[in-house]
Design a protein around this ligand. Structure first.
Ligand SMILES: NC(=O)c1ccc[n+]([C@@H]2O[C@H](COP(=O)([O-])OP(=O)(O)OC[C@H]3O[C@@H](n4cnc5c(N)ncnc54)[C@H](OP(=O)(O)O)[C@@H]3O)[C@@H](O)[C@H]2O)c1
Length: 326
């Protein structure tokens, strides 16, 4: 934050009672950024803020107002715990009927690597039925060996940019597993680092084809299967809410996901939730592509997966249209 920004310290805000209450971020938070191991920055739109911390945990809140955003900086002694609480307590009551994990079918696009693969393994370990797709057959086979031992899970080679392939995939899922309960769109690519004038039209198209049209294809064929209830998660990015140099095509694609999600959320029947979820920053092949060796400084997909699983499984129909963060 700039020194010139209007800043107001809200230490010991109003009463001490808020310190004894639990975290509650049931508000429209546009971005949560982990600045360092003790500082969490939350960026909110013009919405009301409810903010509490646990008793005994020292907290400093600084509040700043920039052009169009309220920026709240929280300092916690144990940031990890706070992040977990933030997700777990975001929705205390589930509106979805509590199906057993074994009866819950989770479709994951981009299951062959990175975050999709890590989450698939986590959910399978918890007993959920995982149906996944990706393009790399060798990686799918390798994952299938780890997952299966039976026919509970299903992995298919599908390129999400092909509307027809996604249609066939949806039909196969419906025939073999029934209507999915949760669909998570991880399939995505990033452009090689470069200014917009250094990237070809084909490179720009490739990112939009996978990250935007691929998600649209998945929505087109899977949402009609979720007639009465279901959760549809479109994986977005911090770069879907702010811009960054050298990744303009990727930013454009993720901003599109935010808009696409909000629009479709207005079209789905009651009981279905379509949300945009920013996974955070995780050391995957994609991160290495843009951060280089610095990517190793970030959390691994294996560390991230249990936290993300809790966050996703805790979402409800009340979250429809939200832009959320892990
Ligand atoms: N890692 C991060 O820090 C981070 C931060 C913000 C957002 N995200 C988002 O999280 C998602 C997963 O990213 P990641 O970091 O796990 O990336 P990753 O390691 O590169 O994995 C991407 C996955 O997408 C699949 N994929 C790519 N194109 C596909 C296509 N046309 N059809 C089907 N599958 C396709 C890949 O499998 P195949 O190669 O087999 O097709 C792979 O399984 C992406 O949407 C990304 O934008 C990641």
């Amino acid at each position: 934050m700039e020194e010139s920004e209007k800043r107001q310290t809200l230490r010991r805000h109003k009463s001490t009672s808020w310190l004894s209450q639990s975290l509650s971020f049931q508000l429209l938070c546009t971005s949560i950024i982990l600045q360092d191991d003790k500082t969490l920055i939350c960026i909110f739109g013009f919405k009301s803020l409810i903010c509490h911390s646990r008793k005994g945990r020292p907290v400093t809140i600084s509040y700043a107002f920039t052009n169009s955003l309220h920026i709240i900086r929280f300092k916690f002694t144990r940031i990890q715990t706070c992040r977990q609480q933030l997700m777990v307590q975001a929705n205390p009551s589930s509106m979805r009927p509590q199906a057993s994990p074994a009866d819950t079918v989770v479709v994951i696009t981009g299951v062959s690597g990175g975050l999709g693969r890590a989450l698939a393994l986590e959910l399978a370990q918890r007993g959920y039925t995982v149906v996944g797709c990706g393009r790399n057959e060798a990686k799918l086979l390798e994952l299938e060996k780890i997952l299966n031992g039976g026919t509970k899970h299903l992995l298919k080679k599908v390129d999400v940019t092909s509307d027809n392939s996604v249609k066939e995939f949806a039909e196969t899922v419906m025939e073999t597993k029934g209507a999915p309960d949760i669909v998570i769109n991880f399939a995505g690519i990033i452009n090689r680092n470069g200014k917009i004038w250094e990237l070809s039209a084909a490179e720009f198209d490739a990112v939009l084809d996978v990250n935007v049209k691929g998600v649209a294809n998945t929505m087109r064929h899977f949402l009609p299967l979720m007639a009465k209830q279901g959760l549809f998660v479109n994986i977005t990015s911090g770069w879907g809410r702010i811009g960054a140099a050298d990744v303009a095509p990727y930013c454009a694609s993720k901003w599109a996901i935010e808009g696409l999600t909000q629009a479709v959320a207005k079209e789905v029947p009651q009981g279905v939730a379509v949300v945009a979820l920013n996974p955070g920053v995780i050391n995957t092949d994609m991160l290495v592509s843009c951060f280089g060796p610095q990517a190793a400084l970030y959390q691994s997909p294996d560390t991230w997966a249990p936290i993300a699983a809790d966050a996703i499984l805790n979402l409800t129909a009340a979250d429809n249209g939200s832009s959320l963060n892990v």
